[in-house]
Design a protein. Sequence first.
Length: 481
Amino acid sequence: MYEHLLFADILFIQSQSSGRLISRFTNDISMMRGAVSNLLVGCAKHFLTVIGLIILMFKLEPRLSCIVFMAFPMAIYPIQKLGRKIRKISGQAQEELANYTSRLDETFGTIKIVKSFLGEKIETNRALLISNNILRFLKKTAKLDALISPLMEILSGIAVGTIIWYGGLLVIEGETTPGALFAFITAFLSAYRPFKSLVSLNVNLQEGISATKRVFNILDTEPIIKDSVNAQTVQLVNPSVIFNNVELKFNNKVALKHLNLQLMQGKTTAVIGRSGSGKTSLSNLLVRFYNPTDGQILIDNYDIKDIKIDSLRRQVSLVTQDTTLFDSSVAENIAYGNPNATRSEIITAAKYADADEFISQLPFGYDTMIGNQGLTLSGGQRQRLAIARAFLKPAAILVWDEATSSLDQNSERLILNSLVNIRKGKTTLIITHRLSSIKDVDHIVVMKSGMIFEQGTHSQLIENKAEYYKLYHKELEGGAK
């Protein structure tokens, strides 16, 4: 399941809270394992005993055995009804457990906000509400489970009474002997206890079935973004990118429409625009997190859908605003996209990203463990490591989506100067809101409402006195203040 989720679509994973997914791995898998374990042990222990005694009962007195087993469906029906209710309530309890896990994950992931806004009591009450729901469902399950035992006792009492009554008639009429009747009753009572134990496993079975359904809801989800039949491994020679009349929609909302754009090899293209203008959609399309709703994307004259996904992503180096680091060493984080890199190459990439100085001051330098999400580092330090990771990856296409948003202007200038040397022969796309950092790029694209509003060089766009001119002077005025 872990592998399946890793290859699932970004949209599917984003639609699931991390807490719910974790719950599938912990609570549901544990419940499935418990159900299978109990069933295997229970069946091995009791099933053969019950079967052996049933065979003996048929040999001793076939007529009494037939009467007993004619009533068997009557006994099973209420147990099945209880089982279905238990399965439903168990599913509800597991959903609440998933909500609880999700709540914990969200709370501790945003603990600074919780504390700074005095949200401890709010979060406690939310968790308590979910806990009460879990307890309520567990009580319902326990009550239904408790009904099974007295129900079995009543049914077995009726069965024994029927056996004694009808068996007594057979003895009186001389069709069987008292010894055979008592032997039959003994066999029946001996079979009852292991049979009751098998029935009691029904609760585990129903909980296991409920958990299995939730797990298979994930496993049965097929990714939409996958290799086409004709997809091939491609080594990009000319990594120029062409967006040809591309459209992109999410939930009937248009993110991009009629987009025509060329990103040329050896050139840097900057894309700017207000929030929601569709800038980030370009980077998501380039690494095939999404497929265009309409139109075509060509890379080195290959339709992007005809390039194997792993081949494509191996040759695209992406840095996003949401810096993601792993709970490992500094060196391992930088080398994530190039595991075979030497220590010298790692250090060089860090220097390009203006990260070597602060790394050298860490307790163990490049071998320092940085903790979950790199929370032992500042925002700017984390972003420098992400940029170093992108520099080290041997990719033909560089995509920077607000990659320097957490950096001061001096650090940003140093990194962009490094980019000039690294980008040679590569296609570079910079998505940013800092216009001062892109004055010297080869081409600037201004987006508005999912479309290209204007494009050109910095000087051309300033002369146009349109959207770029307004944004640029607004930034200058903000800097002056």
